[in-house]
Design a protein around this ligand. Sequence first.
Ligand SMILES: Cc1ncc(COP(=O)(O)OP(=O)(O)O)c(N)n1
Ligand SMILES: Cc1ncsc1CCOP(=O)(O)O
Ligand SMILES: [Mg+2]
Length: 214
Amino acid sequence: MSERRARAHALIRGLYAITDAALMPPPAFAARAEAALRGGAQVLQYRDKSNDHDRRGREAVGLLSLCRQYGATLVINDDVHLARNIGAPAVHIGQGDTSVQEARALLGPEIIIGVTCHNSLELAIAAQLAGADYVAFGAFHPSPSKPDTVLATPDLLRAAKKQLSLPVVAIGGITPQTGSFLLRAGADALAVISGVFAAPDVEAAARRYARLFG
Ligand SMILES: Cc1ncc(COP(=O)(O)OP(=O)(O)O)c(N)n1
Ligand SMILES: Cc1ncsc1CCOP(=O)(O)O
Ligand SMILES: [Mg+2]
């Protein structure tokens, strides 16, 4: 196994919290992100669909520094240029985003690349062959944060664990209760937006997920 994929196995596990601009409006953005890290998030994805480049740059740099402080891994969603500009350790791309090959060519051999594979093992096998370092499946439950997505079943996690050699992330409407079932089906990480960031006490909510990983 390559050094990078071994690193992905070590880093892409546990609670994978994803930021949300609507649930974390300024000035509380950084404080809510830090609360998730205090609660035990091991991965933090910066997901912001706006075109406000200055704010996005500032927020991403702030998150990178927070993640370093807490020993967590920052993942930049969609924007490979932002990931390169701030020196992020990981990037997440969807099927409609930059390809794995383009991302790798731009970002180099060290960066961890994760790929959305919806409910398709075939997409995941292709992502692994293309050089991805983790795959994400979902939505496992209807998601308030992304209502228009397809649904996946836990059997897909079982099949993926048999056929792939990458960490597998589950996403979509995951609660601590449903998360424990997905972990038993083989998920290495649980990616969560609203379960963490819509909670009144973000740290306590994050801890409820983090505890599932012992
Ligand atoms: C961990 C993780 N899994 C899936 C997604 C969804 O990515 P994508 O399909 O590109 O959709 P957007 O999040 O960009 O709207 C994700 N971001 N993170
Ligand atoms: C980005 C994304 N991709 C599939 S579901 C989803 C949103 C997950 O958010 P939530 O945890 O609030 O359902
Ligand atoms: Mg995307």
